[in-house]
Write a protein that binds this ligand. Structure first.
Ligand SMILES: [Zn+2]
Length: 113
C-alpha cells in the first residue's frame, strides 16, 4: 500500500524533528495533501498509528488539510479552481493547463512537549 510507505516517511520526518527540537512526546501532526496528490486520506489515517507505534509520535493525532486544485490555463493564462479534476477553462474552454496547487504533500506542523 502506497499510503503505508508515505506514513513511514511522515513518521521518520516527525521523529527527526522531535529529536532536533528535544520533544519527548508528539501529540499532533498536521499535514497538507492536495486533492490531486493521489493519496487516500482515510488510508493514511489508518496507517499512521501503525507506523508511529513505539516512536515519540505514538498516539499522536494526525490532522489532514485538503488542498484544493488550482490551475492556470496555458492558452489564456486564466487561473481557476476546477470543480472536478477534468474541467475546461471557464474563460476559453481549453483543457491545456498547468497545475499550480493541489499536488502537494507536506508536513506543516507538529505539536508536542
Ligand atoms: Zn483559458
Amino acid at each position: 500500500m502506497h499510503e503505508l510507505s508515505l506514513s513511514e516517511s511522515i513518521t521518520d520526518l516527525v521523529v527527526e524533528y522531535a529529536r532536533r527540537e528535544r520533544v519527548a512526546h508528539v501529540s499532533r501532526v498536521v499535514i497538507d495533501i492536495g486533492v490531486a496528490a493521489s493519496v487516500e486520506p482515510e488510508a493514511l489515517l489508518f496507517c499512521f498509528p501503525i507506523t508511529t507505534a513505539g516512536t515519540v509520535a505514538a498516539g499522536a493525532e494526525l490532522v489532514i488539510n485538503r488542498i484544493a486544485l488550482k490551475v492556470r490555463c496555458e492558452v489564456c493564462q486564466t487561473e481557476y479552481a476546477p470543480p472536478t479534476q477534468v474541467a475546461a477553462c471557464p474563460a476559453c474552454g481549453s483543457y491545456a493547463r498547468k497545475i499550480l496547487e493541489g499536488r502537494e504533500m507536506r508536513v506543516v506542523a507538529f505539536e508536542g512537549e
